[in-house]
Write a protein that binds this ligand. Structure first.
Ligand code: GDP
Ligand code: MN
Length: 396
């Protein structure tokens, strides 16, 4: 689950990571109040108005603006709230901005230059260790740095059983070219960041830029946090940070019915019980010349209600030319699933595209009989070969 920058910073702060302070606002009027409050609390002279959407690259897309007066805060907030922000991560359709973060300006002049670094913590699945990636080349597109100058991205692996060691935090601060107060601040920053990542069960924390201010403080200016959905039950306070308006509506609908659904771009919808069988079914669709329109695992207890919810979600997708239902009757009996399909079909009303139902396992023959005798535009199959031949006939 992704969260907004302001929420990510809230989490970071709660673990003692120093951040660029800010207050979120939904209207230009509230933006002025936020700016005034921030000035009282932090003494900031200027502010940055930052669009809150689940995508990076906001600065380049016009979603991050400096404001030098309260009037400018209001103007910039009016410009950004309600805008359709297009960045390299939103896709060409962009994203509607409904909130801004009013943040303190942390790029003020002082005794030394400001510097922007890159830092992220994530899991290296190959080694089963956490990894801290960091670079002196922060602020801009890290993807470019990785591609053109990969030697400028450093990696520090951390054994999750042992945790981040002091020497590792010092090595990172050293490799970033820091000394004195900034060096010390960076070791504290890295330790707190690693603790935040582990304690929240996150899949990724990415801070770009990490800023060294002109008075040698180390701050998180941005925060991209990805929390592991499977661990959210342990963190109800983070689960409440979910912003459904940022998520795919079909996936939200599916989650309500306890369906594991991922929208894809193909033309053959599929409904399957079990994630492994779903993957295999998607392969079969591809081998038959189609492209899967989705991943959908209805879980162990497929019944009429789940089949109906799944069918409705798939049918909403205009690209879908056919649907393949592939159910293995282990816990669930095939005749029950067949009845569920027929019932769902009748409840939904007219379905214009062909549906192929492949039932295998307990009572498979009975299930096939129910489908064949239903008089609906549903094709039955028992073997995978039969099912894939049917898909092939329809999509080619
Ligand atoms: P992103 O573009 O979505 O990654 O958003 P960021 O939060 O990383 O901000 C983009 C850029 O805005 C940063 O790289 C900075 O150059 C600039 N920026 C952020 N905060 C401040 C600030 O307090 N003062 C000034 N002058 N610039 C800032
Ligand atoms: Mn950024």
């Amino acid at each position: 689950m992704n969260i907004h920058e302001y929420q990510g910073k809230e989490i970071l702060k709660s673990f003692g990571v120093a951040i660029q302070e800010g207050i979120v606002a939904e209207t230009p009027e509230k933006a002025i109040d936020a700016a005034q409050k921030l000035k009282d609390e932090t003494g900031t002279g200027w502010w940055v108005v930052k669009a809150q959407i689940h995508a990076g690259g906001r600065g380049k897309g016009g979603g991050v603006k400096l404001a030098k007066t309260l009037t400018e805060v209001k103007e910039r907030a009016s410009d950004i709230i309600g805008m359709n922000l297009i960045t390299h991560q939103t896709g060409p359709e962009g994203k509607l901005v409904s909130k801004v973060l009013i943040a303190q300006d942390v790029y003020y002049p002082g005794e030394s230059e400001t510097s922007e670094y890159y830092m992220s913590v994530l899991l290296n699945r190959e080694t089963g260790k956490n990894i801290i990636m960091y670079s002196t080349e922060g602020g801009m597109d890290i993807e470019d740095v990785a591609e053109k100058t990969p030697h400028l991205i450093h990696k520090e692996e951390v054994d999750p059983g042992v945790g981040l060691q002091g020497f590792q935090a010092r090595k990172i601060a050293f490799n970033l070219g820091l000394s004195g107060k900034a060096f010390k601040e960076m070791t504290k920053f890295v330790s707190a960041l690693y603790k935040a990542y582990v304690s929240t069960d996150s899949s990724m924390f990415e801070i770009n830029p990490v800023l060294k201010t002109s008075d040698n403080k180390i701050l998180a200016v941005d925060a991209k946090v990805n929390l592991d959905d499977n661990a959210l039950f342990r963190h109800s306070n983070y689960a409440a940070m979910r912003d459904l308006s940022e998520e795919d509506p079909a996936e939200t609908e599916a989650a309500k019915s306890n369906l594991n659904f991922v929208k894809l771009d193909g033309n053959v919808g599929c409904m399957v019980n079990g994630a492994g069988l779903a993957m295999a079914t998607m392969d079969i669709i591809k081998l038959s010349g189609g492209e899967p329109a989705n991943f959908l695992d209805v879980g162990g207890g497929a019944n009429a209600a789940t089949v109906e919810a799944g069918l409705k979600i798939i049918l909403n997708d205009q690209n879908v030319k056919a649907i393949l239902i592939n159910i293995f009757g282990g816990i669930v009996r095939c005749d029950r699933v067949a009845n569920g399909v027929v019932e769902a079909y009748k409840n939904i009303g007219e379905i214009k595209i062909p549906i192929i139902v492949r039932l295998q396992g307990t009572n498979a023959e009975g299930g096939k009989k129910i489908i064949d005798e239903s008089g609906l535009k549903v094709f039955s199959a028992i073997t995978l070969k039969e099912a894939s031949d049917l898909v092939q006939q329809i999509v080619n």
